[in-house]
Design a protein around this ligand. Structure first.
Ligand SMILES: Nc1ncnc2c1ncn2[C@@H]1O[C@H](COP(=O)(O)OP(=O)(O)O)[C@@H](O)[C@H]1O
Ligand SMILES: [Mg+2]
Length: 437
């Protein structure tokens, strides 16, 4: 008992002093899982716990697995920071045989390994405790591969397993341990840490979350800060779909060009969402590359007057020479449409009718289909990703479907999605008349 107390006291001194950090570190159950809000200090807590366990026991081997090497390096940085603090605290040097950015091997036989998603690397280590951090980011398939490898590496020593992360829909590795109907659920001790748990003990964090809340949709807030596994059924662009589109982007090695740049020739398409309520116009440029449409450029015109916006778009038309530009005609978009149709002709510049739900549905589903058919490669842009993920459908009392985006205090924040949807329409729609491109 005295030893356990010491361990918690030390953890506190090393920087894990929030009550939930203490609760997780104080739990000695064999199988633990944590679902947590963003930036709650769980990686920190698990790092400190690992250091203490490796230090206080002989020949104790810990494996920490993260989805990317960036995250596993970060975990090791946390551990090293705690290591230095620990030395300072005890006024002694802890002898190690290896001390790198991937592993610490102690003189007394204990080891800490921080590994990226790499089943083969895990299999080679017999460990006493495996920790999977950011488990929400592992998809079903790679999650299974990791679990297979981990179970193998734990079997010799009948080791512990901890699975922690931020929920990402009712899917993937983390969900399997939280789905009450799964067998895995029953074997684990569960911890839930929401933003309020930290906010109670940290006023700066509370302020930050309240600011962030204004720009998140309700569902997104539930997921990010209340650690809820949200039902993605109402979403048009759930994570799976967006991830596929980004994977397509990455495997092709695409880049977003600077907006002022001069694109090499090719078939390009432009979509414009002209600022309606907010002073913000979004432009999305797609380029056809073989069978794939990919983002070539994105630009936000913030608080720019009408004439200047016209100039920017005009210059872009000259440089990019798109096959077609589609403009959301709502609000002032109509004036813009009028100007550009006169200048470039009605076949090259076309309106997009979003005010009618039927055509809005067609346009949005067209964009979605493009992604599910693996024809649209989108860049890993957080804002675009967030806005798309927040896009929802709702059934009205009359049985009609209504589509809407992320809600903030004054407006639906769907500008980037609408510009993209317009660009896809520009690429997919058949030109009027007999214009030969
Ligand atoms: N007990 C604590 N007191 C103050 N700051 C903390 C504490 N624990 C963690 N932090 C800080 O909070 C931030 C998020 O911590 P991290 O462990 O990366 O969170 P998570 O893994 O939950 O996203 C980091 O800047 C970290 O240094
Ligand atoms: Mg973390």
């Amino acid at each position: 008992m005295a030893k356990k107390l010491d361990r918690l006291e030390l953890a506190k001194k090393l920087g894990a002093n929030f009550d939930y950090q203490q609760a997780v570190i104080g739990c000695h159950d064999k199988y633990r899982t944590v679902r947590k809000a963003r930036q709650i200090g769980m990686t920190t807590a698990l790092g400190i716990e690992s250091l203490l366990d490796a230090f206080m026991q002989d020949d104790y081997v810990i494996c920490i697995i993260s989805p990317t090497s960036r995250q596993s390096l970060r975990m090791m940085r946390y551990i090293k920071k705690a290591f230095r603090r620990f030395e300072k605290l005890t006024g002694s040097m802890i002898p190690t045989e290896k001390f790198t950015s991937e592993e610490i091997v102690f003189h007394h036989g204990s080891e800490i390994h921080s590994l990226p998603n790499n089943p083969a690397g895990i299999q080679g280590i017999d460990c006493n405790h495996a920790i999977i951090d950011e488990a929400g980011l592992f998809g079903q398939r790679e999650g299974e591969d990791i679990i297979d490898a981990v179970v193998g590496s734990l079997s010799a020593k009948k080791g512990r397993l901890t699975i922690s992360g931020k929920p990402k829909g009712k899917r993937g590795l983390l969900w399997q341990y939280w789905d009450t109907s799964s067998d895995r659920y029953k074997e684990f001790t569960h911890f839930t840490v929401t933003w309020k748990d930290r906010a109670r003990q940290d006023k700066d964090y509370e302020k930050e979350v309240i600011t962030h809340k204004r720009i998140l949709s309700a569902t997104q807030f539930e997921e990010t800060y209340n650690a809820e596994f949200i039902d993605e059924g109402v979403l048009i662009f759930p994570h799976d779909i967006l991830d596929a589109s980004i994977a397509l982007w990455k495997t092709n090695g695409f880049v977003v060009m600077p907006f002022e740049g001069n694109p090499e020739s090719g078939r390009t398409y432009v979509g414009v969402d002209f600022g309606r309520k907010r002073d913000l116009t979004e432009i999305h440029v797609l380029k056809q590359e073989g069978k794939i449409l990919r983002t070539l450029m994105m630009k936000s015109l913030v608080k720019m007057n009408f004439e200047d916006q016209k100039d920017v778009i005009d210059r872009m038309m000259t440089r990019v020479r798109p096959v077609r530009m589609v403009i959301d005609e709502r609000g002032l978009g109509l004036a813009l449409l009028d100007y550009f149709q006169k200048k470039y002709g009605e076949s090259r510049v076309q309106p997009m009718k979003m005010s009618e739900q039927r055509s809005k549905e067609r346009l949005i589903l067209q964009c979605r289909n493009c992604i599910t058919d693996l024809q649209l490669a989108l860049p890993p842009n957080d804002e675009l990703h967030e806005q798309m993920h927040s896009f929802q459908k709702e059934y009205t009392d009359h049985g009609n479907v209504r589509y809407f985006g992320k809600v903030d205090e004054t407006d639906f924040m769907d500008d980037k999605v609408i510009a993209l949807v317009a660009a896809v329409e520009a690429a997919q729609s058949k030109p009027f008349g007999f214009t030969i491109m």
